[in-house]
Design a protein around this ligand. Structure first.
Ligand code: UDP
Length: 326
């Protein structure tokens, strides 16, 4: 009954491992520690150092640990980096997933959960965007993930496995119990950077684009708490275990906040003014993206528990302070 979590030392993966162990699951983490932190892996999980691209290793791990389900988090997630280095993104996201899918098909694993992204939609005609809306990614990150969705769809028709692909909107916050959080010092994501700016870890927060066609000119995103997202995966695991069909589902809360609104909440939570600087738009950034999350709610009976921006920011800020003190 073991669950294999690839990328389990990383931000979302490490939360997932805690959620699975909290639910009494057996977990093995596979990670090559490119940006992850070994110390963030819960003690009760087994750990294998290696890459999902290593087919021989994958087959051995799947057999030795009697893995029933794979949850695949490892990959690269930074939109502007994907524009500068698309080969890295197709390699780490699409190509690595191809190897992983091939390995688990041949090992007889029948359930797979995949980290996809809202970036598969690109610039949407309407918001909130639903799973039925057109996918038209505008950056290599989104394309590399959409190609993997296609690969899964085709492979699940030809082979005996089912999958749930979850399209994450903007994941933020940290474990409310303080066990893990976003640890990479090079993080580029807004809430993490804003917390770092509040603590003086970076000199200022750049606001990328103030001329978007939005209510205050800055980009609007649907921020979802990482623990709520981990919960969706746990529900997906139960769903597949109960024989559910393959699904692709949005994961967000259905409401958007602008960059300036996020900055206000970070200032309020940290009780510090945030040093900011207006900067040009970043390559590959759409103006608005907000999830229609009605299907994940109806399919899984998901009930978010941390869906307040202030809670997302408070937990992220608490984790950042902890890193600061270390
Ligand atoms: N953003 C910003 N300053 C930063 C990081 C991000 O203004 O230091 C903006 C970014 O342009 C986007 C939003 O915040 O409008 C969310 O960006 P993030 O990198 O967190 O996630 P993405 O939506 O790119 O996956």
């Amino acid at each position: 009954m073991t669950v294999l979590v690839t990328g389990g030392t990383e931000y979302i993966g490490s939360h997932m491992v805690h959620t699975l162990l909290d639910r009494g699951r057996k977990v093995v983490v596979l990670d090559y520690l490119s940006t992850g932190v070994r110390a963030n892996v819960a003690q009760d999980a087994s750990f294998v150092l290696g890459s999902v691209g290593d087919t021989a290793l994958m087959k051995r791990v799947l057999a030795e640990h009697a893995v029933e389900t794979v949850i695949h988090f490892s990959g690269s997630v930074i939109v502007p980096e994907s524009v500068e280095n698309p080969i890295l993104y197709y390699s780490n996201n699409t190509f690595a997933s191809l190897h992983l899918v091939n390995a688990f098909i041949h090992s007889g694993v029948k359930k797979f959960i995949f980290s996809s992204t809202a970036a598969v939609y690109g610039i949407t005609e309407r918001n909130p965007v639903s799973e039925k809306d057109e996918t038209n990614p505008i950056n290599p990150y989104g394309r590399s993930k959409l190609m993997t969705e296609w690969l899964l769809d085709d492979a699940a028709h030809a082979h005996d496995f089912r999958f749930v692909a979850l399209r994450y909107f903007n994941v933020a916050g940290a474990d409310p119990k303080g066990r893990t959080g976003q640890s990479t010092p090079r993080a580029t994501h807004l809430i993490k950077r804003a917390c770092q700016a509040a603590l003086g870890r970076v000199p200022q927060l750049e606001i990328f684009g103030t001329d978007f066609p939005t209510r205050d000119g800055t980009g609007i995103r649907d921020y979802i708490h990482v623990s709520d997202l981990a919960e969706v995966h746990a529900l997906a695991l139960e769903y597949l275990g109960d024989g559910g069909e393959s699904q692709i589902l949005n994961c967000g809360y259905g409401r958007g906040f602008s960059v300036r609104e996020v900055i206000d909440v970070v200032s309020k939570v940290s009780q510090r003014p945030l040093p900011t600087r207006e900067a040009p738009r970043r390559a590959g950034d759409p103006p608005v993206i907000v999830a229609d999350c009605s299907r994940v709610t109806s399919e899984f009976g998901w009930q978010p528990r941390h869906n307040h921006l202030e809670e997302i920011v408070s937990t992220a800020y608490a984790w950042e302070r902890r890193l600061n003190a270390a």
